[in-house]
Design a protein around this ligand. Structure first.
Ligand SMILES: Cc1cc2nc3c(=O)[nH]c(=O)nc-3n(C[C@H](O)[C@H](O)[C@H](O)COP(=O)(O)OP(=O)(O)OC[C@H]3O[C@@H](n4cnc5c(N)ncnc54)[C@H](O)[C@@H]3O)c2cc1C
Length: 465
């Protein structure tokens, strides 16, 4: 029985990877810890439930990773994907600490498995969780319970009492009523605001009504908002987020990884007017998949269609929904409710512009179009072999980057630069410190594990002083 009359050393808000790493790390430092997870037990773990892998630096091949991935290479990858929009000190700290996380997370009960194949080749850089994100979480929860950490589910925090940068207590929903939780220190690990359509609309307008949210409906950004309103310094562009093209037939929330489409490079992508709008073969897919959410968001009605033919049908990872199929392009257009004449012309123009080459989707091959706007720079093959197929896609929002500013101790900084007396943050809620824009696969979990571990340790130390 959890006694909310008690004052804990550390209060952790959230129930995903960052929260659990923080809670375990604090408990291992001898602190008493209470975790408040807003979701019911069955849905515990936020977006972490959907994950598959984590990116960590390492100096030599491991049991499951094929070769070294040095700190410097990780740093260069991060610089490239963010266009330099990152806090170098925090980013380098994260990368350095990620080396140790490979073993630390195993000591918390998580198991690795060899890399999955498919369109994203991550065998050297990313370690995969045996059983996926849910199994990873189950291991962390079990460890947390064994360490005596108190965990409350269905415990959405609706108010934070903060005075002059110091956390005093949190108010949580309990059934029909409210209760208070007190602790000497706070770790905020409650994710971003990607599931809050109204908040997204502030930056995207009505287009946000057509966004699909790939993960938990519980990440509504309420804790982030409260912290920023109570004087914590913000960092990160509110319009920046990780967004991919996912199947338009996916549920509004929680569709997970199997709704993502990786077939763009094998065909063409048209909008509601049956017009192409971007170079589908600009660069290799792992470097481009994360731009397609934004590209589709900019199209009328926030919908687009990946069109391909029988020659590509088995070339990419299967997804949850089968493609829409027809023996003719006109028939396909009718099924998609597109103008058949317009789609016929778009495909015919594309086919006429394709120059012969040797197709290889693993390299920047010489199959390209000539004299077409926009071009398809690689992997351009005529769409001419029936049956013809289409996947309807919409923007799928993974997570947002607007964040609380932190220092190397994962301690929140107040506006004006003063460190908070007792508030720490980890995971998505502070991802904007490292990700000004862009993304490299597997970094969400690195941010959560590294800063979660640091935040827990520092919060425990803080509580003792
Ligand atoms: C489909 C999908 C696949 C992904 N795959 C990967 C991958 O393979 N590798 C990778 O690195 N990243 C991946 N990501 C991103 C990754 O999920 C996140 O970066 C990571 O899980 C964030 O961890 P977190 O602990 O910060 O947040 P979360 O795991 O989202 O946890 C946030 C928690 O806060 C709780 N919460 C929110 N508000 C409140 C409140 N007011 N009171 C109490 N609790 C609250 C939520 O219920 C939730 O438990 C994926 C994301 C999605 C959606």
């Amino acid at each position: 029985m959890i006694d909310l009359g008690r004052k804990y050393d550390v209060l952790v808000i959230g129930g995903g990877n960052a929260a659990l790493c923080a809670a375990i790390s604090a408990a291992r430092e001898g602190a008493s810890v209470l975790v408040l997870e807003g979701a019911p037990k069955f849905y515990r773990g936020g977006n972490t439930r959907h994950t598959r892998n984590m990116r960590c630096a390492h100096d030599a091949a491991t049991d499951i990773l094929t070769g070294p991935y040095t700190e410097e290479e990780f740093w260069e990858d991060l610089l490239r994907v963010t266009d330099g929009k990152t806090d170098e000190e925090l980013a380098r700290l994260m990368i350095r600490e990620s080396k140790d996380i490979l073993n630390w997370i195993v000591a918390q009960g998580v198991r690795w498995q060899p890399s999955l194949g498919g369109t994203l080749s991550l065998g050297r850089t990313n370690s995969f969780f045996l059983g996926g994100g849910r199994a990873m979480l189950n291991a962390l929860y079990l460890t947390a319970e064994r360490l005596g950490i108190d965990i409350l589910y269905d415990a959405e925090v609706v108010e934070l009492d903060i005075a002059d940068g110091m956390f005093l207590s949190a108010t949580l929903k309990r059934g029909d009523g409210h209760a208070a939780a007190r602790a000497s220190t706070l770790v905020a690990a409650a994710g971003g605001f990607e599931a809050n359509i109204e908040w997204l609309k502030q930056y995207w307008g009505d287009a946000a009504d057509n966004f699909l949210i790939r993960g938990t409906p519980y990440n509504r950004g309420s804790i982030l908002k409260m912290l920023l309103e109570k004087g914590v310094q913000e960092i990160g562009d509110p319009t920046q987020c990780h967004a991919v093209a996912i199947d338009a037939r996916a549920p509004k929330f929680d569709g997970g990884i199997i709704t993502r489409h990786d077939s763009v490079v094998f065909g063409i992508v048209v909008n509601r007017n049956a017009q192409r709008f971007y170079d589908e073969g600009e660069d290799i897919w792992p470097k481009r998949y994360a731009i397609w959410g934004r590209l589709v968001a900019a199209q009328p009605g926030q919908i687009a269609y990946i069109i391909f033919d029988a020659s590509s049908r088995n070339s990419f990872m299967p997804t949850l929904f089968p493609p829409i199929e027809s023996e003719s392009i006109g028939g396909l257009a009718e099924k998609l409710e597109l103008d058949p004449v317009a789609l016929d012309k778009t495909v015919a123009d594309f086919n006429a512009a394709v120059r012969p080459g040797t197709f290889d989707h693993t390299i920047l091959d010489d199959c390209r179009t000539e004299g077409l706007t926009p071009p398809k720079s690689h992997w351009a093959r005529k769409i001419e072999t029936p049956p013809f197929y289409a996947y309807p896609v919409r923007p799928g929002i993974t997570f947002t980057y607007l964040s609380t500013r932190v220092n190397k101790q994962a301690r929140m900084l107040m506006r004006g630069g003063k460190p908070s007396a007792n508030m720490f943050a980890a995971g998505e809620i502070m991802s904007g410190n490292v990700l000004g824009k862009g993304y490299a696969a597997g970094m969400g979990m690195t941010i959560g594990s590294v800063f979660g571990r640091i935040a827990g340790r520092e919060a425990a130390k803080n509580a003792r002083n």
